[in-house]
Design a binder for this molecule. Structure first.
Ligand SMILES: Cc1ncc(COP(=O)(O)O)c(C=O)c1O
Length: 499
């Protein structure tokens, strides 16, 4: 018998914060967070700190020390750092890109999820969490009236769209392509989407080896919705040229102006030509839950796969995206492998078989808790209110002589400031170029000021300010404050530029 040599020394204990201290620190942190939520409406959207200053402050908090620090002061310093120097998308006047305010219950849910820390890749590692994710997927499908046979939560819209894209590719090319690679498929695979489609599609075409040249960008109508006549012409042209169409991507709420493609028409063409129909509903998909918008989203229920983003219009804290499919077999055909080290029963639901991730966090909890906290009608009402506020913003701005409103779709309003002296010259190339520069400068200074945060769109060559309200804190008063602020800033920049 080999003698046991030496018992290892007792483990360092520092990592295990004693429970009394943990309670104290946790309570203090929750108090600080509650204070932040209270202060948000009167605080700036962002503190005007420059990059250099942030790096300087971080020098003093550099983690590269040998001996570590006490958790209490460390948490306190870090909370102050983040509260004083972050940009808050939970601020009532944050309307940039498509990023929502996080629900307070979602914030608590993330803490709870981290404490239990289930690995939601396999049922045996996360029995309750797996069932909760399954219920969440069912709830999301039911909320939108999409007959989801399966799906899973992922990090965001891009990932959810990649899941749908790869499922489509697998359905078109079969397991042979999985084993031998696409280069052994004797076909030039092509994909169709509107020219307004989010950049995830280029990344997907590249990641999966199709190449971005095999994306056919289909033209749109005046409201930026895909033109189905042009789509059919492109499909026919590709077939005649010997290419293999396999996927049509419809967008339900474009990132630019919130356009919803004619989904029913796209579904009909997919049916006619035997193509996979994927919908990117990362932003707008959840608006299909509103009875008053059902007609606009008709056809959504026909998609083979659908990407949505709970961290947009369900207000989940980042990150939470969701990929849904009608037939879950398409996901297992795409993602399931059974290495010998997995001791997982295949009759149980193991999310590892349905998506690209191996270890998976408990993202579902924040969505599930919010769904229960607000109920379907609560969620519908929040979306409805955001849409009403965006329409109100367009109305308020349209009533002012020095603003030009371009579009109002879902909860996005797009407009620009036009100095009164230039009103008569709108459309002249020199004026247009000047207005682009002026509105770009307005946006940059507005962002830096912390008064409001918007982003932009470029519509037919015109640089416009774009506000997207996915924010349960925004009120009508916040909207009413826009014209005076933008006018004052715009007039000042115009004066400086004219000197
Ligand atoms: C239509 C659309 N698709 C995809 C995405 C990407 O989503 P995410 O940023 O969650 O990856 C966005 C983001 O705004 C979007 O608006």
């Amino acid at each position: 018998m080999t003698p046991v040599k030496q018992k290892p020394a007792a483990r360092i204990d520092k990592v295990n914060i004693p429970s009394d201290t943990f309670r104290e620190l946790g309570h203090a942190l929750v108090d600080q967070i509650a204070g932040l939520f209270e202060r948000l409406p009167t605080a700036p959207v962002t503190a005007a700190t420059n990059d250099e200053k942030i790096r300087e402050m971080l020098q003093a908090l550099n983690p590269a020390s040998d001996n570590g620090q006490d958790a209490g002061p460390l948490l306190e310093k870090t909370t102050r750092l983040l509260f004083d120097h972050s940009l808050f998308n939970g601020h009532p006047k944050f309307w940039g890109y498509i990023t929502s305010s996080p629900t307070p219950i979602g914030v608590l849910a993330d803490m709870l999820a981290a404490a239990v820390n289930p690995n939601v890749g396999a049922y045996v590692l996360s029995p309750v969490a797996t069932e909760i994710e399954k219920q969440t997927i069912d709830w999301i499908g039911r909320f939108m009236g999409y007959p989801a046979g399966g799906g899973l939560l992922v990090s965001g819209g891009n990932m959810a769209n990649y899941v749908g894209f790869l499922a489509a590719l697998r359905a078109a090319t079969g397991t042979e392509a999985r084993e031998k690679g696409l280069r052994n498929i004797d076909a030039n695979l092509v994909v169709y989407c509107s020219s307004e489609t989010h950049t995830w599609v280029q990344k997907a075409a590249d990641l999966y080896g199709l190449g971005t040249d095999n994306i056919r960008w289909i033209g749109t109508d005046a409201k930026k919705r895909m033109n189905p006549v042009l789509l059919e012409e492109e499909i026919q042209a590709d077939k005649a040229a010997g290419n293999q169409p396999f996927l049509v991507i419809g967008t339900a709420g474009s990132v630019g102006v919130g356009a919803v493609d004619p989904l029913d028409d796209l579904a009909a063409l997919c049916e006619k030509y035997g193509l996979w129909f994927h919908i990117d509903g990362a932003y707008g998909g959840f608006a299909s839950a509103l009875p008053e918008l059902k007609a606009q989203f008709a056809g959504l229920e026909k998609a083979d796969s659908l990407a949505v983003d709970p961290h947009k219009w369900l207000y989940a804290p980042l990150e939470a995206g969701c990929a849904l499919v009608k037939n879950p077999r398409h996901l297992t055909d795409t993602f399931s492998y059974h290495p010998t080290y997995f001791n997982f029963e295949h009759t149980r639901l193991n999310f590892i078989d349905y998506g690209p991730q191996n270890s998976r966090g408990f993202r579902a909890l924040k969505v599930w808790l919010s769904a229960q906290h607000l109920g379907m009608e609560g969620h519908r009402q929040l979306i409805r209110e955001d849409i009403a506020l965006a329409r109100y913003a367009s109305d308020v701005l349209r009533a002012e002589p020095d603003f030009e409103v371009f579009s109002t779709e879902l909860s996005i309003s797009a407009f620009r400031y036009v100095p009164p002296a230039l009103n008569a010259k709108i459309g002249e190339p020199e004026t247009e170029s000047y207005l682009n520069q002026l509105n770009q400068a307005i946006l940059n200074q507005m962002e830096a000021s912390g008064a409001f945060f918007m982003s932009n769109a470029v519509l037919d060559g015109k640089f416009v300010l774009r506000m997207c309200i996915v924010n349960f804190r925004t009120s009508a008063a916040d909207i009413e404050a826009i014209p005076a602020y933008v006018r004052e800033l715009g007039a000042l920049i115009h004066k400086q530029k004219s000197q």
